[in-house]
Design a protein around this ligand. Structure first.
Ligand code: NAD
Length: 483
């Protein structure tokens, strides 16, 4: 079968121009990825440099586009949490690319010596990257860094819910790359569905657990491997020996970044029994310190759209109706017009399992504060629920820190702070269970989007002939030795 023929099976049920263009782009990339030799390290570095240049040149435009898409998105948060992590990942990747790309020599069993074995990373081909709206730049471009470093071509599918940023990403990619190397497919669910049905060599999806399952199902048709970066309810646990004010400061910093619309935001907090009230007070103090006003404060991001805003309001109503006490943090006593989608940080005391807030990922500036009766009880609470994407533990006792990290299973962990494990390029970033599968960042991203091929090389002088038929006493002796 020719390379062209291998892609004629693409879904051609719909004639929408966006879908036709997507199929054509994919087909061109697929054919080229099979016909052309893998790009050299120099070519890959040049691509990473082009990405770096185009991001730096569009810093302001990126902050403007995100601001417009969110209604109000802190420019500092865009630069700190969208632009900086992508540039840091580029820098780290460029620095280590040669070492990661080298064949990795591995040991050989004595029976096959002096043959040699090595793992040879090679490009997979064409990577599909599906990104969500909450960090629309970082979550589209960080996977792209890994894809390009590994020598692949890629098509990005940014979120339709941040259309200006998606449009900007498309313009940036057109400026920086040959469309046979990087392309952007814009559009809504229909385009996204068609995208996930394309026979990519790998799909890296970031988004909700529900859609992640749909993507995996669609990808299964072609046995396309997937990396799923999903969401979930990430707990923060505070030990009673840890200063409550410090925990409140770090937890609210993680919670209010992007107004809680962060996959690894602390979803709820478990504080020692009897301390919920004091912790709530400490949270209010911390918020007022950093953001004495909220409604028009450019440092406080809005909820992205009316649907998400209503979802959060309904969650709060549901909790209130079922007996929770809501503490709205509103230091300047402001009015928050619903159409601005700015939700004041809200603490929830007395939350129970039957409340929507405790069943679904919150993804907004709402923090249920629960109480625990010790580390073991907190661990048991977490372990009785779906495995979270992140877990935060506040304590200075190393044996208890070890106990919590050992006995809980989450995608990643930050101790005595929140969010920051995602910023460590040397740590794999990914979920477990319903929070996702596979990981990227740093070398893990490079390996995920490479085929790590095993190569055995026979030496000129070798003992392989000993295993040839006719089998006799000589082979039997050898087998006895081996077994
Ligand atoms: P989403 O799942 O609704 O959408 C993500 C992407 O999937 C979008 O580009 C969308 O167009 C596309 N999509 C929608 N329907 C599709 C379908 N049927 N087939 C294929 N693709 C489809 O997620 P969202 O609302 O944009 O993002 C929020 C979620 O993402 C939260 O659950 C959050 O925790 C999670 N998230 C995870 C990470 C992580 O790194 N683990 C990072 C950010 C966000």
């Amino acid at each position: 079968m020719s390379a062209t023929a291998s892609v004629v099976n693409l879904d051609s049920r719909r004639d929408d121009p966006a879908l036709v263009s997507l199929r054509t782009t994919f087909q061109r990339m697929h054919v080229a990825s099979r016909a052309e030799p893998p790009p050299s390290i120099g070519e890959r570095k040049a691509r990473l440099d082009a990405l770096d240049r185009v991001i730096r040149a569009h810093r302001t435009a990126i902050a403007d586009a995100c601001h417009a898409d969110f209604g109000s998105r802190s420019r500092h948060e865009t630069l700190m949490a969208d632009v900086f992590p992508t540039l840091a990942s580029l820098q780290h990747t460029r620095k280590h690319l040669r070492a990661w790309s080298r064949p990795r020599k591995v040991a050989v069993h004595w029976a096959f010596q002096p043959g040699s074995a090595r793992i040879v990373p090679q490009p997979l081909g064409v990577i599909g990257i599906i990104a969500p709206w909450n960090y629309p730049v970082q979550l589209a471009l960080s996977p792209l860094v890994a894809a390009l470093a590994a020598g692949n071509r890629a098509i990005l599918k940014p979120s339709e819910l941040t259309p200006r940023t998606s449009e900007l990403l498309a313009a940036m990619m057109t400026q920086a790359f040959d469309p046979a190397i990087v392309a952007v497919a814009q559009g809504g669910v229909e385009v996204a569905e068609a995208f996930s049905r394309l026979p990519f060599d790998h799909i890296l999806f970031t988004g909700s657990t529900r859609v992640g399952a749909l993507v995996m199902k669609a990808a299964a048709e072609h046995l396309t491997p997937v990396t799923l970066e999903l969401g979930g309810k990430s707990p923060a646990i505070v030990h009673e020996s840890y200063p409550l004010e410090l925990a409140a400061e770090r937890i609210m910093a993680g919670k209010l970044l992007n107004a809680g619309q962060t996959c690894i935001a602390p979803d709820y907090v478990l504080v020692p029994r009897g301390k919920a009230e004091a912790f709530a007070q400490a949270c209010a103090v911390q918020v007022a310190k950093g953001r004495p006003t909220l409604a028009d404060n450019p440092d406080y991001t809005a909820v992205v759209n009316d649907r998400q805003y209503q979802r959060l309001q309904q969650g709060l109503d549901d909790a209130r109706n079922k007996g929770a006490r809501l503490i709205e943090i509103n230091p300047a006593n402001e009015v928050f017009p619903a159409e601005h989608h700015k939700l004041p940080p809200t603490l929830v005391l007395g939350a129970t399992d039957d409340m929507v807030l405790m069943q679904e990922e919150i993804f907004g500036p709402v923090l249920p504060i629960l109480e625990h009766g010790g580390t073991s009880e907190a661990i048991a609470y977490v372990n009785a629920r779906p495995r979270p994407l992140a877990l935060y533990y506040f304590d200075r006792d190393s044996s208890r820190i070890a106990e919590v990290t050992e006995r809980t299973t989450s995608g990643g962990v930050t101790i005595n702070d929140t969010i920051l494990h995602i910023a460590q390029e040397n740590l794999p970033f990914g979920g477990v269970g319903p929070a996702g599968m596979g990981a990227y960042h740093g070398q893990r991203g490079f390996d995920t989007l490479s085929h790590c091929k095993g190569v055995f090389q026979q030496s000129r002088i070798n003992g392989a002939f000993l295993m040839n038929p006719p089998y006799g006493p000589r082979l039997e002796k050898l087998i006895n030795l081996l077994t």
